[in-house]
Write a protein that binds this ligand. Structure first.
Ligand code: ME8
Length: 666
């Protein structure tokens, strides 16, 4: 086990794959990825683990509902998680699944080590249990309203207990003596205060179902899913050989606030009992809420699918938004309007235009080569890097990005002040641009952990080599500029959501579905959009009317798969232009388990047929804005498109798609 600060082992919570990855999953992986990339930027040998928590009653029940064996169920679900994390640019070095043999082996090994200390005993167990959270509920939890919206089960069975209470004092001591063990400090105080109370022993086995790791000495029992899951952080280091083991103890476990107790009390107690070193830090992030500050929930119809956001704004803008807009450790509200504003001002203006300015002016005035010379200004990149890394060390990623953005604005300000476009002497212009590009070298290296592909593209334009910070030797090299493409083309003005809401609220009784015109269309021609890598530009026949429609399906379906396909179109969407091409409608699609986005299928319906739900008359008089459409929850249920539990139908029948239950249709 290593103590070396040259290596850095970071992990995230392993997700329950009972559905498709949600916003919280994506957010957490992006946070951890940022810290992993920052460690690499500092030259640290970095190991980064993510994965799936595949056992337990919650997964067994979900598999049963899907009519699948649990292993088949998690095998299928795991594909969607891997796909999405790859798409988000998560740079993990390993992906553990707790149903893997390598994990079973270590979960049993740690159980044995704990049992050898006589820290496990058999007893009777009776409790209220929340399957959704996979935890026993104490009376105080119930009184505090915890799991109020989850169904509870009564469990009464024989179980093995872990002597958690025995470790209360040692864990408390460890937390007190190591101020950075739990960050932020509010979470540390929360745990310390809970540790003032008595800590009960923990039931760590279940005999009422079988989907889990069997206990080595009593295979009638499986390990409690949390005892099993927590050990993933070490089981993943055990194979293929002993070389990875030196990464333990982990430098940072990144987790959400709801699983604080498991990681800061139960896991340390297990490790103390097993005689293994404790992780160095548990970093606890807040929750992503909807625009109104409510929890996102399928039942509330306010779930925003992270892949839709990526489809609309791109991977790097989504990553940027997660890291910049939500204060570290706090809950935050996800607002498309806010994302749109930041996209235009912070990405489009502060970053994209800056790169464009340097490239254009440099190419026209210096032929594109910037050489070092006397009289070059230093805009303070090194100091900014120092400040940025101090924030990273304190796990305050949003402040790190604040420092970086202040620096970008400083570079912009420098150009505005020097006005090189008005300067006649080309050699003076070159000095000004060299100063700016040299500053951009620092800025882009610091941008890479947040926005890896943007940093790479911008570095190509400015002739910058991205590298580790300690390899920097400023002012020593020339830069060769390339023509720049707009990295963040301006989006339409944010819709005036609030105004729209106010106007529409008085008609609260009007069912939003009545405003929708959903018609069956046949895709007649498909072309790749010339200026947008993810888009197709299509001609769609809707009841004899030909419409130009753009769709972000290029990564998911081929031209051949689309041409001739029957689809469902939002036919009364306000016209939009996607990089110069008209889009008069939207093809409705959902997420498949393997991560692809797939159009919903109206079966034998005829082109032009209307889709309706029982009891709601559709009478759209007006064109619908995209944000108004986003408020109509269309959800997959049992393979069919539904609205508030009602099935959508055309005269020919239901509209289907192979997407998971709860996946939204957009
Ligand atoms: O808890 N915003 O899995 P999980 C931010 N399998 N983060 C959120 C969130 C939200 N709205 N909702 C959930 C589990 N998360 C266990 C972990 S680790 C040994 C076992 C976070 O799929 C949540 O806090 O329910 C957790 O860190 C992660 O997503 C996975 O949640």
């Amino acid at each position: 086990m290593s103590d070396s600060s040259d290596s850095f082992y970071i992990t995230t919570a392993i997700d329950y794959p009972n559905g498709i990855p949600h916003m919280g999953h994506a957010y957490e992986k992006v946070l951890a990825d940022f810290y992993a990339r920052c460690a690499r930027l500092q030259g640290r040998d970095t190991w980064f683990l993510i994965g799936l928590d595949e056992h337990g009653l919650k997964i067994q029940n979900a598999a049963e509902e899907a009519g699948q064996a649990p292993q088949d169920f998690v095998d299928e679900k795991s594909k969607a998680f891997s796909h999405i994390y790859k798409h988000l640019g998560i740079s993990h070095t390993d992906f553990i699944r707790t149903s893997e043999p390598r994990h079973h082996k270590f979960a049993q090994e740690i159980y044995r080590k704990v049992a050898d200390q006589e820290d496990i005993y058999k007893g009777d167990y009776e409790t209220d249990y929340c399957v959704s959270c996979e935890k026993a509920l104490q009376k105080s939890d119930i009184a505090a309203g915890e799991c109020a919206d989850h169904p509870k089960t009564r469990i009464k069975e024989e179980t093995y207990f872990f002597r958690l209470g025995k470790y209360r004092d040692a864990v408390r001591e460890h937390i007190r003596e190591n101020p950075d063990f739990i960050v932020p400090s509010e979470r540390r105080n929360e745990v310390l205060s809970r540790l003032e109370d008595e800590v009960h022993d923990l039931s760590i086995s279940r005999s009422g179902f079988s989907w889990g790791v069997p206990l080595p000495d009593d295979p009638e029992h499986v390990l409690y899913v949390w005892f099993d899951a927590l050990s993933n952080y070490i089981s993943a280091l055990k194979e293929p050989d002993a070389s990875r083991e030196s990464y333990w103890p982990a430098d940072c476990h990144v987790i959400g606030k709801d699983i604080l107790w498991f990681h800061t009390v139960i896991w340390p107690a297990m490790l103390l009992s097993a005689g293994l070193p404790l992780p160095r830090q548990v970093y606890v992030h807040g929750f992503i809420l909807d625009e109104d500050g409510k929890k996102m929930a399928k039942s509330l119809g306010n779930v925003v699918n992270p892949m839709e956001v990526v489809g609309e704004f791109g991977v790097d803008a989504t990553r940027f938004y997660f890291l910049r807009a939500f204060a570290s450790g706090q809950d935050g509200r996800f607002s498309i309007g806010d994302l749109e504003k930041r996209y235009n001002s912070e990405l489009g203006n502060d970053l994209g235009n800056l790169i464009m300015r340097i490239s254009k002016l440099g190419i026209s005035r210096t032929g594109g080569t910037l050489n070092p010379s006397e009289g070059i200004d230093d805009l303070g990149g090194r100091e900014v890097a120092g400040e940025y890394l101090d924030h990273v060390k304190a796990r305050e990623h949003n402040k790190a990005l604040d420092s970086l953005w202040a620096f970008l604005r400083k570079i912009n300000g420098y150009l505005t002040e020097k006005e090189p476009w008005k300067v006649e002497d080309d050699s003076v212009v070159e000095k000004i641009l060299y100063t700016s590009t040299e500053a951009m070298r620092w800025a882009l290296c610091l941008l890479e952990p947040a926005m890896p592909s943007t940093a790479t593209s911008a570095a190509e334009v400015l002739g910058i080599e991205l590298g580790k910070l300690d390899e920097f030797s400023p002012g020593a090299r020339s830069y060769s500029l390339q023509p720049a493409k707009a990295l963040f083309p301006r989006r339409e003005k944010p819709k005036k959501d609030k105004v729209e809401k106010k106007k529409k609220q008085p008609q609260g009784e009007v069912d939003p579905f009545t405003k929708l015109e959903l018609r069956v269309g046949i895709i007649e021609e498909v072309n790749e959009h010339p200026d947008a890598d993810t888009l197709y530009a299509m001609s769609v026949d809707i009841g004899g009317e030909k419409r130009s429609i753009c769709a972000g399906l290029r990564e998911h379906l081929s031209v051949e798969e689309l041409e001739g396909r029957k689809v469902l179109i939002v036919a009364n969407l306000k016209p939009a232009k996607f990089r110069g091409i008209d889009s008069l409608g939207m093809v409705l699609a959902s997420d498949l388990a393997d991560g692809r986005i797939w159009p919903v299928d109206p079966g034998d319906a005829e082109s032009g047929d209307l889709a309706t739900v029982e009891g709601v008359e559709t009478r759209p008089k007006k064109k619908l804005s995209k944000s108004a459409f986003d408020k109509v929850p269309l959800i997959m249920q049992d393979g069919r498109v539904t609205y508030t539990g009602k099935i959508l139908e055309t005269p020919a029948g239901e509209i289907v798609c192979d997407a998971a239950d709860g996946a939204s249709v957009r």
